[in-house]
Ligand binder design. Structure first.
Ligand code: NAP
Length: 308
């Protein structure tokens, strides 16, 4: 099987922090081009935008979209229309209808659409899923609190409509919870705190309930300075199951488990290569459904203006 010839679109923070190294470390995929308006990369063909890339005749099999969610639809559609497989950063898009349209388009064209959730590829997630399938769950509490100034300096798009505000990290927690809980769940309460000068929330307090009536609470906050918190605590009949550090560490009944080093993005590219080879897609939009529900059911609370 020939290597997948890949182009990255949007050479920003996550592309540089994670994608470049993961592609380099993954068998079966090679980076051959980049499309980015303000950035270039040595050693590969560089283009201003995806349209220039697709019109250039440079031979690629797939694109990995590392742009913000707003605008991602037209990039993904252009790539699928040109016969390219597509890997989407999270969140997969700005609306549910657009991501469903992409899924249908990929299916109609026989192409792979991989809607990635990097936190699902964290080391503790599959062991937690396997363990929870065997236990009786009593409650779930998510605390996802970080410092927006540290993690998103100068990023204007996260505060715009479709940028999701605090749900940009919060959806990572939801991508884990939707994967590890044996039951589906739905939203019952959503309190969203918006800075007076911003179109997206800086904090969210959410209550969900599983089909079997188990409470799932989630607190997302972008105002946490000092130590950062990315924890999921599941109380079970046999003791607590706790994922910390974004799903990379795991404690069962108070005991730390042995967990491999962080390989989230390597796992994603390994999976993308396998999906392309098998002619399959992986497009689970359930985390985005919960975020859409949170906006739909959200009570708006206004707080002080936020300045970078
Ligand atoms: P970023 O640093 O702003 O990079 C995104 C890049 O996309 C920009 O550098 C820009 O490159 C390009 N772009 C195209 N259209 C744009 C527009 N209208 N506004 C802004 N940039 C535009 O963002 P990021 O942090 O890498 O995040 C990108 C995606 O990855 C998001 O969906 C985010 O949720 C996800 N993600 C981010 C992180 C993280 O730690 N930052 C972690 C995991 C996932 P050009 O200007 O050169 O075209």
């Amino acid at each position: 099987m020939a290597s997948v010839r890949l182009a990255i679109v949007g050479l920003g923070k996550i592309a540089r922090d994670q994608h470049l190294g993961a592609i380099e470390a993954t068998d079966g995929i090679d980076l051959v081009a980049v499309a980015s308006r303000h950035a270039q990369l040595d050693g590969v063909r560089c283009f201003h935008e995806i349209g220039d890339l697709l019109a250039s005749g440079v031979e690629i099999d797939a694109v990995s979209l590392c742009t913000p969610p707003q605008g991602r639809f037209s990039q993904a559609k252009a790539a699928l229309d040109a016969g390219k497989h597509v890997m989407l950063e999270k969140p997969p898009g700005a609306t549910l209808s657009e991501v469903h349209a992409l899924e249908a388009l990929a299916r109609a064209r026989g192409l792979t659409l991989f809607s990635t959730w990097h936190s699902r590829a964290a080391a503790a997630v599959e062991p937690a899923r396997a363990l929870l399938a065997k236990r009786k769950i009593r409650s779930v509490a998510v605390e996802w609190k970080e410092d927006v100034r540290h993690w998103h300096p100068g990023q204007a798009w996260i505060w715009e409509p479709g940028g999701l505000g605090v749900f940009d990290p919060g959806i990572n927690a939801l991508s884990i919870v939707t994967h590890i809980l044996p039951e589906k769940f739905h939203l019952t309460r959503s309190d969203l705190t918006f800075p007076a000068n911003r179109a997206a929330p800086i904090a969210a307090s959410l209550s969900f309930e599983t089909d079997g009536g188990i409470p799932v609470l989630a607190e997302f906050d972008w105002r946490q300075t000092g130590p950062q918190t990315w924890d999921i605590r599941i109380d079970t009949d046999e003791g607590p199951v706790v994922l910390t550090h974004g799903g990379s560490r795991f404690f069962v009944d108070g005991e730390a488990q042995i967990i491999e080093a962080d390989r989230e993005y390597r796992n994603l590219y390994r999976d993308f290569v396998a999906l392309v080879a098998a002619g399959r897609s992986d497009a689970d939009f359930s985390p985005l459904v919960h975020v859409a529900d949170a906006f739909m059911l959200g009570r708006r609370i206004q707080t002080a203006a936020f300045e970078d």
